[in-house]
Design a protein around this ligand. Sequence first.
Ligand code: PHE
Ligand code: ZN
Length: 879
Amino acid sequence: MRTDAATPVRLEDYRPTDYLIDTVSLDVRLHATATVVRAELGIRPNPAGVAGAALRLDGDELELLSITLDGLPLAPTAYEISATGLTVLSPPQRPFRLTMETRINPTANTKLMGLYRSSGVYCTQCEAEGFRRITYFLDRPDVMAVYTTRIEADAAEAPVLLGNGDPVESGTLPNGRHFAVWRDPHPKPCYLFALVGGKLGRIGGEFTTMSGRKVELGIYVEPGKEARAGYALDALIRSMRWDETAFGCEYDLDVFNIVAVSDFNMGAMENKGLNIFNDKYVLASPETATDADYAAIEAIIAHEYFHNWTGNRITCRDWFQLCLKEGLTVFRDQEFSSDERSRPVKRIADVRTLRAQQFAEDSGPLAHPVRPSAYREINNFYTATVYEKGAEVIRMLKALLGATTFKAGMDLYLQRCDGAAATIEDFLACFAQASGRDLSQFSLWYRQAGTPSVAVRTAYDAAARTLRLDFAQSTPPTPGQNDKEPVVIPIRLGVVSPQGEVSPLRTVTGETLDDGLFVLERTADSLTLADIPPHSVPSLLRGFSAPVRLEQELQPEDLLTLFSRDADPFNRWQAAQRYAMRLMVRAVEALRSQSAPVFDVAFAQALGELLLGVDDHAFAAQVMALPSEADVARELGRDIDPDAVLHARKALRAFVGSQIGDTLAATYERLANKGPYSPDAASAGRRALRNATLDLLAAGDPARGIPLAQAQFAAADNMTDQIGALAILAQHPGDAREDALEAFGARFAGDPLVLDKWFGLQAAIPEAATLDRVRRLMSHPAFSLANPNRARALVGAFAMANMSQFHRADGAGYAFLADIVLQLDGANPQLAARLLGAFRTWRSLEHTRRAKAETELRRIAARPDLSPDVSDIVTRSLA
Ligand code: PHE
Ligand code: ZN
């Protein structure tokens, strides 16, 4: 455990290391409780560092067995060891070899950082600071070395031995042991180091790169599950091809391996040539994985593969630059999925996630810039802001520069920074050069936290046929940043007239708006458009061209116009969401003053009409999924009563379901499955819409919907239909629900990844009895708090996907989560800190709940010996 948790690391304090490590030769003798690592480091003084300085290496939970310098034992007076590292007091001022042997216990490693065991498989996780749990090292990304790894293990316990790079040698040894040697010729930071040893099944493939290199592909999974890795392999091959075409990025080794493990803190990891995945993002079969699972596997396989250039070839100078690799790589994987599937639907889904995760983060105590300037625990900065907002910033850059110039900037970056540990400044300099533009104001997006608001006022002059748009931007204060400057906001817009799209858009001064793009740079600015027919509606922020909140007064009839006629599918969807939001917000107000909510028939009818003429099923499914409870809470912003939000949303869904019940039922019938399951986007869209219609139908008329859901549950030949039906049944108390839950639990008792869905569904039931149900499920034989997937599926879903029950008025939900966080903190601080993040909106609740949440946060804060991870989150949450 780090003892310096209270002292933040600051970006402004960055300085290069005093020594460089050019070569690393590791010899790892795997043993369940006593693995011995021999590390031979080729070190030299860094010309950019302080001459004669001591050499301070990071270390964590290591036992040093021996240490030599250029082959000679180092005198005990020549070095010092502490809980956080090893210091060689006066190292030679010339290149030298430092050789250390350390002993570690992978079985005792419950933090899942460094070398650990997952279901008996040895594996590693080094990002961000896990390599120091394997050997003493300069554990920071600007120290790049060439690695050779020799792995030795019991041949029966670990027949498969994998490392970074290409295999160079392997063989058998006495006493039933064997070894393999891997060499990675590309210099890399230690966070990209990996090794794996265990009994694993494999499926293989081959890829020929654009310049003709033959690459052997392997995906390793739990033996017996090989067939479930086929989709991941297919996604990998498509990713490799796409990166060549879209970005000119070619793979650079002869082997590319992926290993799926069942205990993993995150989604997956881009170790050079040896990606390690949470098995949830590799394994899929029609009977066990939903369409959403298939899409997530495709996206994450692509994401990790794309890191080979944006992350590995070009890495980060320090952890403040995390968005350099993550924001850019998320942008790249989003583009990939958009090309492989439906671009508008992907955009809608991504914006949903952005608002749910990043906007929520940005408006609470954990808000931070895309590039933070200080941290106390880097693990807590793998956030929606760094990843998702980081991707939005890249998307805006592309919108502002245009596709061609953006491509030129990317090409320059990939060429100029190849092999370097780079910064955001290095990245932006490439785009400034390619475009000849000054990007200094744009760079505020990296430094300034908070979600900007753009308020728009419109004025139509019927005589002059001009439409004036007045824009004003402001960004609310966030922790440590009270005063905000105006940012560069690309606003893509159009005008929908009764005759259709107004095109091209011209200003009164005679300029045409290229691409319909208006760039708001100042605090306030305006735009007057010429030749606008009466009764036109401006369609603003098309495609969600900037990660901002748009405040635009639109009347119900304007929303209906946009919903039915906007040329931009994103804004069609947005119009329906806005309309629903308006109705729900009014319903919340009604419920809180003890009156009955009233809804518009016109809204329900508009949804019904969409269904009658529907061609894009996936798009329609996104429309039918009305804003979530959390969406409504964010819209309200303060004094939130989660019960009122729940009931307002329920009431609107019931209203729509009963108003257009016949259309829903007819659509449901029309979209029935024909032929065997296929995970392709079109089939997935059809299933999504079919489930969405049934869901609304059951909300409006349970007597009609429940039997259909029961029938679908019983007959389903794929997980999407089965869990879709079960999710609907779970919303309606009674035998139908309990019977189906029991049947599902029994059927998938041996399949933990499927049981996770079952845990999650139950944890999300918005009823008072759910907390007890969750407690009961914690003693289910398949549940284990130590496994991150299980913990997130049950506890995480309760805290993050069940607003009314986590935020119970009696505070029992808060107390439950606090107990779990404290219980977990010793074993797996990263996971504990993630779960604790559920408190991030606590200040926006009504006062009774707010007080109860604060009590629990204070109880956690008062506990001695908190991990830096939990301590950091709890401190910031209370600040
Ligand atoms: N770098 C991983 C990614 O692709 C995420 C990760 C971070 C995984 C830290 C493990 C540990 O986004
Ligand atoms: Zn990543």
